[in-house]
Design a binder for this molecule. Structure first.
Ligand code: IPE
Ligand code: IPE
Ligand code: MG
Length: 257
């Protein structure tokens, strides 16, 4: 009998089979390769960053179609301050434009915006815009979108330790939970899946505490080209991974003597 279901529904069913119905709750993305994307087209690096910023919305749409609750984007690391001033300035401007342009879309789609990293290291006008956007979206209870800008994993840990010491919590009372509660990511679940585009296989100081048990997925595709189907491939791969958290799987336990 011919399959009479609409094509979109058929595709979703196929996808659900591919992932085994298991999708990550929190996906974190190292959006890399904007520079190489531009270079291959004989364009300035800033054009690559622009194309990268424009890609974000495409991606978010696909994540919420899959019902993913948390998406965290690595947009600018503490080490990226060491890039030429002109590039840093263009990245700062792009972040501002992204937030301004997308405010309506955040509200319409119930997106809650968060910033991870040192806000006070950004120009005051940008701090104000980011804070206003966070405040305006704080009651939204759909997708939580965290933007890491001027974020470094080591800096996150140092800042957390400083806060813990300042709060005079006795050393013996410091637990993993205490550290979690003082990181920029306090209250967010740990990432289940980290995607890095553009071929390099490293974390580059991204969420190093939080990713202790994340599944890592690397693709050669440059960030501006990373599309909806690439997300589906990453999620399908995640669905095939066996997460063990140091334990045995029930099938392995049967083999224990
Ligand atoms: C990622 O693209 C964006 C940032 C790090 C800000 P890159 O600018 O690192 O692109 P490549 O790695 O040079 O291609
Ligand atoms: C990681 O990319 C940071 C972001 C994507 C924001 P980089 O391009 O800065 O990382 P490295 O220098 O290749 O490790
Ligand atoms: Mg790079």
């Amino acid at each position: 009998m011919p399959n009479t279901k609409p094509e979109a529904l058929q595709k979703e069913e196929i996808f659900s089979k591919l992932t085994g119905g298991r999708v990550p709750g929190h996906v974190a993305i190292i959006m890399d390769g904007n520079g190489r994307w531009a270079q291959e087209r004989n364009l300035p690096r800033a054009a690559g960053h622009r194309a990268g910023a424009e890609n974000i919305w495409r991606i978010l749409e696909r994540f919420w179609e899959h019902g993913i609750g948390y998406v965290t984007l690595y947009a600018f690391s503490t080490e990226n301050w060491n890039r030429p001033q002109t590039e840093v300035r263009s990245l700062i401007r792009l972040l501002d434009r992204f937030i301004k342009n997308e405010m309506d879309t955040f509200q319409k789609n119930n997106v809650q915006l968060k910033h991870l990293g040192h806000l006070e290291q950004l120009p005051l006008w940008l701090q104000n815009h980011i804070e206003a956007a966070i405040e305006a979206t704080k009651e939204n209870d759909g997708l939580v979108l965290s933007i890491c800008f001027s974020y470094g994993g080591r800096d996150d840990l140092v800042t957390a330790l400083q806060k813990i010491i300042d709060s005079e919590i006795p050393a013996h009372a410091v637990s993993e939970e205490t550290i979690h509660n003082h990181l920029f990511t306090a209250g967010l679940p740990d990432p289940d899946l980290v995607i890095r585009t553009a071929g390099d296989q490293r974390l580059s100081n991204f969420l190093i505490w939080q990713c202790a048990y994340a599944e890592l997925y690397f693709t050669d595709t440059y960030w501006p080209d990373f599309g909806r189907e690439d997300i589906d491939l990453a999620l399908a791969e995640y669905g095939r991974r066996k997460r063990k958290f140091g334990r045995l799987l029930p099938s392995d336990e049967k083999r224990v003597p």
